[in-house]
Design a binder for this molecule. Structure first.
Ligand SMILES: Cc1cc2nc3c(=O)[nH]c(=O)nc-3n(C[C@H](O)[C@H](O)[C@H](O)COP(=O)(O)OP(=O)(O)OC[C@H]3O[C@@H](n4cnc5c(N)ncnc54)[C@H](O)[C@@H]3O)c2cc1C
Length: 294
């Protein structure tokens, strides 16, 4: 359906205040709905006319179950409507997922953090999305719900397979992101998040890098390295992960890993940073993380 580019909220055909997942899925059912979470991307994109939205605006800010953070023995579940401020204020979550805490801490400004949701960060699919990077490092799964007949059907997608291009994901138009969940690492582990930018707030990443791994006897295992803003989608540096996996972290290995990472990424150069500068930042962040372990 084609819509005029400069819709004001009143120009959306319907405005649904969903109060349950089922209600939101029902409103999304015919694929012409647009979910409104915090609105920090949606309103900007609407005003700039960069995105055409379905005419039925579905506000999910009253769906309480989407705002829950639940922490079990071997499972953490963040409702899609959990905000960056919720992550920062949740005492326990920061210990379980320090990389995610750091990403929330470097996210935008306090005002934006109060509204920006983790579900919106995934659905918007920016290659520079911050909360996505530590969650990919945690092998997080994206939970998607849609109405199948009269019942809500759920499927889960690994976060690393969720993105297909800038602003594009495997989510279909009738699907609602309901949660992002992951298994916490137990034992001694590494979890870091780095983000470039001259200011501590309101910076879109020139490059971000997340790394997570289990640490035993100076060796890293189950290594995950993800980068933002170096590719059309959040990028997993699988070759560098494989090179580090199970190896003792010494100067020789660090040197080889940095060379591998630089050869593995091919970022664009733009007004915010040249290709060389982005590769240099990625290299520097990985060096810091590995040197600290060594
Ligand atoms: C000034 C400013 C600074 C910013 N700084 C940062 C930053 O530092 N780091 C960063 O990563 N981002 C940043 N952003 C971008 C934005 O804040 C984030 O992407 C945020 O997480 C989006 O969440 P939201 O709840 O506001 O999403 P919305 O704007 O409500 O929605 C974004 C998109 O996702 C869809 N959507 C939202 N929730 C769901 C759902 N549950 N299921 C299906 N689809 C859904 C919407 O339909 C829309 O297409 C910034 C934005 C602004 C305006």
């Amino acid at each position: 359906m084609t819509l005029p580019q400069n819709q004001s909220p009143a120009e959306f055909e319907y405005y649904v205040n969903a109060t349950s997942i089922e209600e939101a899925c029902r409103a999304l059912g015919d694929g012409v709905g647009t979910i409104l979470a915090g609105g920090s991307d949606l309103w900007v994109q609407k005003d700039e006319g960069v995105k055409i939205f379905g005419p039925r605006l579905i506000n999910i800010s009253r769906v309480d179950e989407l705002a829950e953070i639940s922490i079990g023995n071997d499972h953490v579940r963040l409702g899609a409507r959990v905000t960056m401020t919720d992550i920062l204020n949740h005492g326990e979550l920061g210990n379980i997922a320090p990389g995610l805490l750091e990403a929330a801490n470097r996210f935008a400004s306090p005002q934006i953090r109060n509204v920006a949701t983790v579900g919106g960060n995934f659905a918007n699919a920016s290659p520079a999305a911050d909360s996505v990077i530590p969650l990919i490092c945690l092998d997080a799964e994206i939970e998607l719900a849609r109405l199948d007949g009269n019942a809500v059907a759920i499927r889960s997608i690994p976060s690393a397979d969720f993105f297909t291009g800038p602003g594009k994901t495997v989510r279909t138009d009738d699907e609602l992101i309901t949660a992002i969940s992951f298994k916490p690492r137990d034992g001694k582990s590494l979890a870091r998040f780095f983000k470039s930018g001259p200011r501590p707030a309101l910076e879109i990443s020139i490059v971000s890098l997340g790394i997570a791994a289990d640490i035993l006897d100076g060796k890293l295992s189950n290594v995950r390295i993800a980068l933002g803003a170096v590719a059309p989608i959040p990028f997993r540096a699988r070759k560098t992960e494989a090179l580090i996996e199970g190896q003792k972290i010494d100067d020789k290995l660090i040197h080889a890993a940095l060379e591998c990472l630089v050869s593995e990424i091919s970022p664009i150069g733009d007004v915010r940073g040249s290709k060389w500068y982005r590769q240099h930042l990625a290299r520097t962040y990985l060096q810091e993380a590995l040197t600290d372990v060594a």
